[in-house]
Structures are given as structure tokens and as C-alpha cells.
Design a protein around this ligand. Structure first.
Ligand SMILES: Nc1ncnc2c1ncn2[C@@H]1O[C@H](COP(=O)(O)OP(=O)(O)OP(=O)(O)O)[C@@H](O)[C@H]1O
Length: 259
């Protein structure tokens, strides 16, 4: 039986600003099952980041509820139920890659042995073995983003929330990272929530695609992918891939106000 790990019920969030209220999310209902790879796609300002931030307890909903592993987002954060990857890698330039990944573990008081074990483990998962003593500026943008994924994996949480992690990278690097991410997902069996602007990226990565529409941010369509979980980039040439991409595009078009 599918186990729900993230559940949003009638979730709304309105920001009060000097220019009046901004309805970032409105009546969102969504269940994410264990092991799902869920992408959130939609035009700029439709609330994708806000939704992810609500799950991560970085924003508080105005009404409705979200549960993460059956807990409130605040409890889930205390229990380190998820790792979070931001748009920019956000590595400290004065710390080595290993030092950056170790930082949250140091703060939480993990022993030196445990820190070293975890750093080695996550560097292997993102294929950056041997880079622990390098500084961020010695790595390419794609490698820095992999290091920031490694940092998010350091607590070995079951859930990984990723806010457009590859948006700033060129297409070839992005393709490669997408393949690596799928391998990592298969190996670790994590549940992933992933924000993107890219239709091919969403279709290639996801088991479930949540298409959002702006003002106020609502769910326009939820697409359960028919593609096999085990896939390589070649799958993008198939009719099935094109069909799913078409449905995403239709959802985006239907939800867009074109104002
Ligand atoms: N702290 C805040 N205060 C006021 N308004 C905000 C705040 N954070 C976000 N918003 C507004 O809420 C709406 C949703 O923003 P959000 O960043 O979630 O959208 P998004 O879909 O992730 O956009 P993008 O793709 O550009 O990152 C936008 O209109 C944004 O301006």
C-alpha cells in the first residue's frame, strides 16, 4: 500500500504586503507518497517555492494544513525529516567542500568519526569522491550544486526538497545532473519534491508532475507519469514522453492568465 509522506489539505497562504495581499497559494490539496519524485512546474510567481517552503517550515500557511511524515512541518524540521536544496548552491567560500557538508553535522554535535563517515558517504552519492578538500571556487557550477545536494543528504532524511537546483546551469550539465539525480533517487529510495521551470526536466525526472497556475497559486493538473521509474535520457525521444510533455503544456496554457 502507498504510504503518504507529505499531505496538504485546503492549504492557502496569503502574504500581506504594502501593496495589499498576495495570494501565493489557494486551496491546495495534494498527497505525496513515499518514494515519489514529484515536480512542481508553473510560471514565475505561481507559488512553487512558497509551497516547498511551507513543507519545510520556512513559511506558515494562512489556512489549511500540511503534514510531513504525519507531523507538522515544525516537528518534521526538528526531527530532520527532510533535506533542502536551495536555488543557489550557497556554499561557504572559506570552508572546503567537506567542511561545508560537515557544518550542519558539527552544529548538531555529531562525533568526528560520524561526520567523516557521513561526508564520505554523501560525496560518493553525488559522485564527488576526492573533492572534500577542495574549496567551492575550485569546482564548476554543476559540481557546486552537487556539493549542496550532498550537504542536504548529510542527515540521511527520507525526504529531499529541491528548489530549482539546476536552473542556473547550462543544458548539457543539467542533463547530466538529471541522470545522476535519478540514479541517486533509485539508490536511496528517497521521496523528492522538485521545483522547476523546465517541461523536459519535469517529465524526465518525475513520477508525478504538479502543474500550477498563478494568481492565486493553484494546482491546475496532477499527472501520474506512465514512464518506467528506471529511465535514461533516451526516453525523451519516445512518443510517451512527448504525450506527457504535451499534457503539461496544456495544463500550463489553461492556467496562464497572459496578463
Ligand atoms: N515573503 C514574501 N512576501 C510577500 N510576497 C511574497 C513573499 N514570498 C513570495 N511572495 C509572492 O508570492 C508569490 C509566489 O512566489 P513564489 O516565489 O512561491 O513563486 P514561484 O512560483 O516559486 O516563482 P519563481 O518560479 O519565479 O521562483 C509571488 O507573487 C511572490 O511575489
Amino acid at each position: 500500500m502507498n504510504q503518504t509522506v507529505i499531505s496538504a489539505q485546503n492549504l492557502s497562504l496569503t502574504f500581506q504586503t504594502n501593496d495589499g495581499p498576495v495570494h501565493a497559494l489557494k486551496d491546495i490539496n495534494l498527497d505525496i507518497d513515499k518514494g515519489d519524485f514529484v515536480s512542481f512546474i508553473g510560471p514565475s510567481g505561481c507559488g512553487k517555492t512558497t509551497f516547498l517552503r511551507v513543507m519545510a517550515d520556512l513559511e506558515t500557511p494562512t489556512s489549511g494544513t500540511v503534514t510531513v511524515n504525519g507531523m507538522s512541518p515544525a516537528e518534521a524540521r526538528m526531527k530532520r525529516a527532510y533535506g533542502y536544496v536551495f536555488q543557489a548552491a550557497g556554499l561557504y567560500p572559506w570552508r572546503t567542500i567537506g567542511g561545508n557538508i560537515r557544518l550542519p553535522l558539527e552544529i548538531m554535535g555529531y562525533s568526528r568519526e560520524e561526520q567523516a563517515k557521513r561526508v564520505a558517504n554523501v560525496l560518493e552519492l553525488v559522485e564527488l569522491e576526492g573533492f572534500d578538500k577542495k574549496f567551492p571556487w575550485q569546482l564548476s557550477g554543476g559540481m557546486q550544486q552537487r556539493a549542496s545536494i550532498a550537504r542536504a543528504l548529510a542527515f540521511d532524511a527520507d525526504i529531499l526538497l529541491m528548489d530549482e537546483p539546476f536552473g542556473a546551469l547550462d543544458e548539457i550539465v543539467r542533463d547530466h545532473l538529471n541522470e545522476q539525480l535519478l540514479k541517486l533517487w533509485a539508490r536511496t529510495e528517497k521521496t523528492i519534491g522538485f521545483v522547476t521551470h523546465s517541461i523536459p526536466e519535469a517529465v524526465f525526472l518525475s513520477t508525478k508532475i504538479v502543474v500550477m497556475s498563478p494568481r492565486p497559486g493553484r494546482i491546475a493538473d496532477v499527472i501520474d507519469s506512465t514512464l518506467p521509474r528506471d529511465r535514461t535520457l533516451d526516453i525523451r525521444e519516445t512518443q510517451e514522453f512527448a504525450d506527457i510533455a504535451h499534457r503539461v503544456r496544456e495544463g500550463l496554457r489553461a492556467g496562464h492568465a497572459y496578463d
